[in-house]
Design a protein around this ligand. Structure first.
Ligand code: PEP
Ligand code: MG
Length: 867
């Protein structure tokens, strides 16, 4: 039978799928000669079997055999001390093939019994340490294996401290900790889940508990958010304990080989003297920066620098490693590719390529394209900002304003009302994932830059400030206090995750500048990109910004956005109210002037590049005030409102998404069509006279039938006869248009897939209502992701492929583009990279589209995502 348990030395060459990320890292580290405590690994295969059948025949015998080897390697016996030799104790940790921080459970000090405590105290000559070790085991085991709440143990500890009138855990004596241990034991006994005084029973139960923790709700949530398959299972690492809490020459820490925030190449991390690892990760005590070691433990610091170099050379990536120092001796407990901000990802990729550690192609593939807009996140405008209310640690960059919430429920409640939120917690745990995911910013009072809140926020790309110690947070009461200022749920705050500053109210923000390193990375990427990248832009500013980000033209200019501006709306309304041709002409002439100027500026900004202008798409009632508002105004005696109300009632639609809009409106109100196209053609003509090189293109929205295209083309030809032709295209955004693409293609120069509408019509869901249930659909696992965000390849993609094939067959010169929101989402861009000529994305996402298209060209495999 296949072995399911391996010692580190036996596991060289086995896969990460089998060993889990943690086990794999330990095997690699020990293979590279780094100091790692002896360990055995129970494979993910064993976990999968256990989850399927509820048991794994023969597993315990295998574990026992490998534990005997561990005893040999350490010279200690499991759970049993002898004279000066302390008992062998182990940690039991989960380790999935994909890192899921904080999601799974860990138990330390396993194997200790009442008998063992005595032996440990004797061997370490430190009864306090022995009882401290035992009470930690009881609490962790009680929680993870026996299912008691962590707060119960914390409460009992707090009660004992109150009785002894001490504040710090360290002020408790050996006797106190012995007393606490017995209270824990009695409590567990009383609730019918006694603690087993048998090391082997503890070990087997702990391994099973880790297996089962794969299925706990927070682990499921994490997998859902990050799209991690449900059937991977977790490995279990059983490792000889080393102790960071044996005195001042011991400690525990977390190191990054480069800064996970900026990417700068320097040892970065945190260290807690005289403590065990969980104290750092849980963010319960705030640790000191690693640099501090230079002052009081220079040899250790030098050793850590050496370790960082070796880790990077071996893994060829930035590493996030955990270590423990036991009486001056360094042990590495874990290493993995470190999570990083988008900014750090770019810097690390570029600099590692320049250092020769990785190739330029690898550098291009290593950056998650969807994260790039985060690089261009706004920050607080310091010239206009008031004095900050408080300052914490800058844990995840970007600035955001939002309304304070203190729980998942609060975040859900306010977001449902369309209010952006800032989640405030004393510290975060995996339980808080929903609120973190929903919020624009995260603020915690405790914990360092490697605490749960910091790591998860960086992964999510949400700005975060952690360890704001002056803040007192009372989640149950829905409030927090700082310097006598109270923050209640709903209060508006601004958070800057790049500086750590928090402001009351909504503070002005400034946009970030494009980064030189990013430009370098993109310059390496560009040669691999085949797909063209244009931008969706409706204003000259957007067009300029998009061009600066490298857009090769405009793929969608939504002309209706020009109708909504304040000085124009009255003319749009006059157009709607027009009773005579004269009145209509007058309104159109006014709008013509506005549109022509807009088109000129946009064409000017995109000089030499194509600009696709879409004629009016939404139904006319969109330009009128809401009915209720009009009724109020009529009641107040407003004469104009009475006329508007009458028209608004006539134009009202039961389903505004599928009514009198797009090509339907343009064909039945051809004067609007002519006005818009003429404005475009005339704008281009005037620019040519200025010596510029405008490339306008025109397209019609919401087509469902070739006849509509034919009629629209006839209308356009009238003006082309006068001004000369420009490319004429149609959006393919109704399923019927996709199905009839072969008939439509000969009538046009290009198709632009409007995947927003195509998605809503294919699914039969309106994007305006989808927010009410789509998130739950994804949560329930009914949809793997939100199809309004990422293109549904299976269904919508099938229509798209069909339209591409039939369209190309019928018109070999047909140009093909995509201009829905999906045009700037990396997964969707990769899908269309081989299929279309260009994609069109909102300005910030032009960078994402460029990088994703290059990555698709480099490798058609899924991208590495930093978790
Ligand atoms: C689309 O439907 O994909 C599109 C780009 O148009 P709009 O979002 O304006 O409907
Ligand atoms: Mg559309």
């Amino acid at each position: 039978m296949e072995s399911r348990v391996f010692l580190l030395s036996e596991a060289q060459g086995l896969s990460k799928e089998l060993l889990g990320g943690k086990g794999y890292g330990l095997v690699a580290m020990s293979g590279a000669g780094l100091p790692v405590p002896p360990a055995l690994i129970v494979t993910t295969e064993a976990c999968r079997q256990y989850l399927k059948r509820g048991e794994v025949p023969g597993l315990w015998e295998e574990v026992e055999a490998k534990m005997a080897a561990l005893e040999g390697l350490t010279g200690k016996r499991f759970g049993q001390g002898e004279g000066k030799t302390p008992p062998l104790l182990v940690s039991v940790r989960s380790g999935a093939p994909v890192s899921m921080p904080g999601m799974m459970d860990t138990i330390l000090n396993l194997g200790l019994t009442l008998e063992g405590v005595e032996a440990l105290a004797r061997a370490a000559e430190n009864p306090r340490f022995a009882w401290d070790t035992f009470r930690r085991l009881l609490a962790m085991y009680g929680e993870v294996v026996l299912g008691e709440k962590a707060e119960v143990f914390e409460g009992m500890l707090a009660a004992l401290k109150a009785e002894r009138r001490v504040e710090a855990d360290t002020a408790l004596s050996a006797e106190d900790l012995e007393e606490l241990s017995f209270r824990y034991l009695r409590h567990l006994e009383a609730r019918g889940t006694p603690f087993p005084m048998d090391p082997w029973a503890q070990l087997f139960a702990a391994i099973e508990a880790v297996f089962r923790s794969w299925l706990n709700p927070r682990a499921r949530t994490y997998r859902r958010i990050y799209g991690i398959p449900e059937d991977l299972g977790t490995a279990v690492v059983v490792q000889a304990m080393v102790y960071g809490n044996l005195g001042e020459d011991s400690g525990t820490g977390v190191g990054f080989t480069r800064s996970p925030v900026t990417g700068e190449k320097r040892l970065y991390g945190e260290y807690l003297r005289n403590a065990q690892g969980e104290d750092v990760v849980a963010g319960i005590r705030t640790p000191e920066p690693l640099e501090r070691l230079q002052d009081y433990a220079p040899a250790l610091y030098a050793e850590l620098l050496e370790v960082a170099e070796r880790l990077e050379r071996h893994f060829r990536d930035m590493q996030d490693f955990e270590f423990t120092v036991e009486k001056g001796r360094l042990y590495l407990l874990q290493t993995r590719s470190g999570k990083r901000t988008a900014k750090a990802a770019v810097r690390i990729a570029v600099e590692m390529a320049e250092e020769g550690l990785i190739s330029k192609e690898e550098a291009v593939l290593r950056v998650e394209a969807n994260a790039l807009p985060g690089l261009l996140k706004p920050s607080v405008d310091r010239d206009k900002a008031p004095k900050p209310l408080l300052k914490g640690l800058p844990a995840s960059p970007g600035a955001a304003s939002g309304h304070a919430v203190f729980s998942n429920e609060g975040a859900e409640r306010l977001n449902a009302q369309g209010l952006p939120t800032i989640l405030i917690r004393p510290e975060t745990t995996p339980e808080d994932i929903t609120g973190m995911y929903l919020s624009r910013g995260i603020l915690t009072a405790r914990g360092g830059l490697t605490s749960h809140a910091a790591v998860v926020a960086r992964g999510l790309g949400v700005p975060a400030v952690v360890g704001a110690e002056v803040l007192r947070v009372y989640p149950e009461e829905g409030r927090a206090v700082v310097d006598g200022v109270e923050i209640r749920e709903g209060d508006l705050l601004t958070l800057d995750g790049s500086t750590g500053e928090i402001y009351l109210g909504a503070v002005p923000l400034v946009e970030a500048e494009g980064e030189a390193l990013l430009q370098k990375l993109l310059s390496w990427a560009e040669p691999f990109r085949r797909l063209g990248v244009r931008a969706n832009a409706d204003t000259p500013e957007d067009a300029r910004r998009a061009r600066a980000f490298g857009a090769e033209g405009i793929g969608l200019c939504r002309t209706e956005h020009m109708f909504f501006q304040e000085e124009r709306l009255p003319w749009v309304r006059r157009l709607i109210l027009a009773q005579t041709e004269e009145e209509e002409r007058e309104a159109l002439e006014e709008l013509f002037r506005f549109q022509k100027e807009d088109f000129k500026e946009i064409l000017r900004a995109m000089d030499g590049l194509p600009v696709t202008v879409r004629l009016l798409d939404p139904p006319l009632h969109e330009f009128l005030p809401p009915l209720a508002e009009l009724e109020e105004a009529v009641k107040a005696g407003n004469g104009e409102a009475a006329r508007l109300l009458e028209r608004a009632k006539a134009l009202q639609e039961a389903n505004p998404m599928l009514g009198f809009r797009g090509v339907r409106l343009l064909l039945l109100r051809p004067a609007i069509f002519r006005m818009q196209l003429k404005a475009l053609l005339e704008a281009a003509k005037e620019l040519k006279e200025e010596g510029l090189d405008p490339h306008p293109e025109v397209m019609v929205p919401l087509v469902a039938d070739p006849k509509e295209v034919e009629r629209a083309r006839l209308l356009a030809e009238e003006l082309f006869a006068q001004y000369g032709p420009i490319p004429f295209g149609t959006m393919i955004e109704t399923p019927r248009a996709a199905l009839l693409a072969g008939e439509i293609a000969p009538l046009v120069d290009f198709f632009s897939f409007g995947t927003n509408d195509l998605t809503q019509m294919t699914f039969g869901l309106s994007r305006d209502d989808a927010g009410k249930f789509l998130p739950r659909y994804v949560e329930e696992g009914l949809f793997p992701f939100d199809p309004t965000e990422r293109l549904d390849e299976k269904g919508v993609g099938k229509l798209l492929r069909l339209a591409v094939e039939e369209g190309r067959r019928a018109n070999p010169r047909l140009k093909l583009g995509l201009c829905g929101e999906h045009g700037g989402e990396a997964g969707s861009v990769r899908f269309v990279a081989e299929l279309l000529d260009y994609t069109s994305a909102s300005p910030y996402r032009v960078l994402t589209a460029r990088l994703a298209a290059a990555q698709a060209g480099l490798r058609r495999a899924p991208l590495p995502v930093y978790r």
